[in-house]
Design a protein around this ligand. Structure first.
Ligand SMILES: Nc1ncnc2c1ncn2[C@@H]1O[C@H](COP(=O)(O)OP(=O)(O)OP(=O)(O)O)[C@@H](O)[C@H]1O
Length: 394
C-alpha cells in the first residue's frame, strides 16, 4: 500500500487539546532550529530533560569475545522541548546510548537522569513506572502484527489500566493526530512503512511521555516518507513540547529537524552543539565527513581527481567556503574578486538552509599566488566566511 507522502491533516484543535493535558513546558510553540530559550538552549531555565553524567557501559567478555566498552564518559545535557540528534557510524554506541536513556541498559558507571529522576538507581517496578514518561519509536516499527492500528496504540493504555471508554477516546485522538483516522482497523501488514511509523508514533505518545526516543525511525523509509515522518516529529515537538532524542547515521535527518546535535564515535561524544554551529564550523573530521556526505556538499567529481596537496607550481587553489546567517546573503565571491582584482571561478556548491538559518557551501578556485599571500584568506574571514583549502590544481 502506497503512503500518500503529502502532509496529513493535523487538526490544530487536536494538538491544543493534547498539549493542554500535558505537564508544564508542553505546548510551547518552538519551531525547529528556533528553540524558545536564550542562546539556543530552549528551556535551559526549566533544567534539562535528560542529563547524562559520566555514563559508561562495558559489555563483559563472553567466550572468546573480549569486553566491549560501548559508552565511555558520556556527559550530556539535553534541554527540555528540544529535538536532540545523535549521529554516529555503525557500532559507535548510538543504540546503547538510547537504550541507556530509557533504562533498557544499566550503565556500568555514571548517572542517567530523566525529568529529574535518576533512572539507573530505580528498581524494576519503579523503572517500569518511570518509563511511561519515555516513549520510543523504532526503525522496524515493532508493531504487533496480530493487532490492528487501533489496538496497537491502545496497548500501553490497556497496560496502564484505563477504562475502555477512556482508551477509545484517547486512541481516536492519537490516530487523528498522526493522520491515520481512516486506517484504525487496518493490520500492520496492510499499512505502508510510513503509516506503520505513524502508528508507532501514536503508540509512543499514548502515555503522554515527556521524552520521545527515536531509534533510526526513518532509516527504513524512502526520502519522501522520511520527510513526512520528520515533519510529524517536528510538529509533536513544537506543539506538544515533547523533548525528542533521535539517533541516526544520516546528517540529512539532523539537518531537517534537530536543534542540537551530538556526534558519537567509539562510545564518546566527540562534538556537540547547535546544529547551525556544527554545520558551519565542524571541529572533528567525523562531523566534517557527515556534513560532506550530504547531497551537493561533496567535492565536484570532475575536480576531485585533479587536486594536489602541494601548491608548488599550482595555478589555482580550490577553497570550500561555508557561509551562514547574514554572510550567506552577501555577495562574498564578487566582492572578493573586486577587492583583490582576481578571477574567482565558481566550481560547485549549494545554497540551502538549516531550519531558518541560510547556509551556503561553495567551491571556488582562486589564483594560488593570491591564496599563498594570505590576502584571500584575510578578505574571506572579514566577510564572515569559513574557509578551507581543499587542494591545488596545476
Ligand atoms: N548486548 C551486547 N553485548 C555485547 N556487545 C554489545 C552489545 N550491544 C552492543 N554491543 C557492542 O557495543 C558497541 C556499540 O554498539 P551499538 O549497537 O550501540 O552501536 P550503534 O552505533 O547503535 O551501531 P548500529 O548503527 O550498527 O546499530 C558495538 O561494538 C557492539 O558490538
Amino acid at each position: 500500500m502506497i503512503q500518500n507522502a503529502s502532509a496529513p491533516p493535523f487538526p490544530p484543535a487536536l494538538f491544543r487539546d493534547l498539549a493542554a493535558r500535558l505537564p508544564s513546558g508542553a505546548g510551547r510553540a518552538s519551531r525547529a532550529h528556533e528553540p524558545a530559550g536564550p542562546g539556543g538552549r530552549g528551556g535551559a531555565a526549566d533544567g534539562a530533560a535528560i542529563v547524562l553524567r559520566d555514563v559508561a557501559k562495558t559489555f563483559p567478555a563472553r567466550g572468546s569475545d573480549a569486553a566491549v566498552e560501548a559508552l565511555a564518559d558520556i556527559a550530556l545535557d539535553i534541554p527540555r522541548s528540544e529535538i536532540y540528534g545523535i549521529i554516529g557510524r555503525s557500532g559507535a554506541g548510538k543504540s546503547t546510548l538510547i537504550r541507556t536513556i530509557n533504562g533498557l541498559e544499566r550503565p556500568t558507571r555514571g548517572e542517567v537522569i530523566v525529568d529529574g529522576v535518576t533512572i539507573n538507581r530505580l528498581d524494576e517496578a519503579a523503572l517500569r513506572n518511570e518509563r511511561r514518561k519515555i516513549g520510543m519509536i523504532f526503525q522496524h516499527f515493532n508493531l504487533l502484527s496480530s493487532r490492528s492500528a487501533f489496538d496497537n496504540v491502545a496497548l500501553p493504555l490497556e497496560l496502564a489500566g484505563l477504562s475502555r471508554v477512556a482508551i477509545r477516546a484517547k486512541v481516536e485522538r492519537l490516530l487523528d493526530l498522526v493522520g491515520l483516522a481512516d486506517k484504525r482497523d487496518r493490520y500492520p501488514v496492510e499499512l505502508s512503512g510510513g503509516q506503520k511509523q505513524r502508528v508507532g508514533i501514536a503508540r509512543a505518545l499514548a502515555t503522554d511521555p515527556k521524552v520521545l526516543l527515536s531509534d533510526e525511525a526513518t532509516s527504513a523509509l524512502d526520502p519522501e516518507t522520511t520527510r513526512s515522518i520528520l515533519a510529524l516529529l517536528a510538529r509533536v515537538n513544537a506543539e506538544l513540547g515533547v523533548t525528542i532524542v533521535l539517533i541516526t547515521h544520516e546528517m540529512a535527518v539532523i539537518k531537517e529537524i534537530c536543534h542540537r546535535v551530538g556526534v558519537i564515535e567509539a562510545g564518546r561524544i566527540i562534538e556537540e552543539g547547535p546544529v547551525g554551529e556544527v554545520f558551519a564550523h565542524p571541529r572533528t573530521a567525523t562531523a566534517r565527513s557527515f556534513i560532506g556526505s550530504l547531497p551537493g556538499r561533496e567535492i565536484p567529481a570532475a575536480l576531485a581527481g585533479h587536486l594536489r596537496a602541494d601548491p608548488t607550481g599550482a595555478r589555482q587553489s580550490v577553497l570550500r567556503l561555508t557561509l551562514t546567517g547574514a554572510a550567506a546573503g552577501q555577495p562574498v565571491v564578487t566582492r572578493l574578486a573586486r577587492q583583490l582584482g582576481i578571477d574567482v571561478v565558481l566550481l560547485g556548491g549549494q545554497i540551502d538552509s538549516i531550519g531558518t538559518l541560510p547556509f551556503a557551501l561553495l567551491y571556488v578556485g582562486v589564483p594560488t599566488q593570491a591564496w599563498a599571500s594570505g590576502a584571500v584568506g584575510a578578505a574571506l574571514e572579514a566577510a564572515g566566511a569559513s574557509t578551507e583549502v581543499i587542494g591545488h590544481v596545476l
